[in-house]
Design a protein around this ligand. Sequence first.
Ligand SMILES: [Fe+2]
Length: 215
Amino acid sequence: MVSKVFLRSWSHVSKMMSGARTYQLKPSRLGVEVFGIDLAQQQPQGVIDQIKEDVTQHRLMIFRNQSPISGDRHVEISLWFGELESTFYKHPKSPHPDVFRVSNVESEGCRGVGRTGWHIDGSFQPAPFNYSLYYMHVVPKEGDTVFAPLNEIIEGLSEDQQAKWDKLYMMSDRRGSLVHPLVYSHPRTGKKVSTSNLKGEVYPDIKLVFIKAKK
Ligand SMILES: [Fe+2]
């Protein structure tokens, strides 16, 4: 039985413009829940521009009460944000070649994805992904997809820890020599964030920092 299936695609950044918000935002523990908009329907450019502004400010947007999203529509929405980075692994049941279909059941989607620990999507590439767009077909009853507030984590470090992290680099275990600064400034907000791909043993304190940041 399928207990978890979700699809995702990702894309690179495009320019921001101001628009009019015609949907409602409700603060969530991290980011916002969004009501009053059905992404399966075509949206005016002003609404698309507002969504792009909102995701920059709030980082995570959870769109509730959605009609079914086709693979073509998933890709169409992803293209609001720029050029797509197509998926590396293709599953026979993927609704579109650029949509990464993930499941805990092999016949439904690629298994064991993102299970190595906290990570930035695409951090094994020279330019990690700017956005990931997830479409949850079946929400698992157990096991969470968890997002961490990176700026709060960095800001929550002591001065000594921040000075130490400022000197560190992240090395990809998939591409060997590729490195990114562990801490960098977000290109749009200027806030400090982190390129991390942690399995826990390298910086065991990050889990404690994350718990502290959530309170
Ligand atoms: Fe991921």
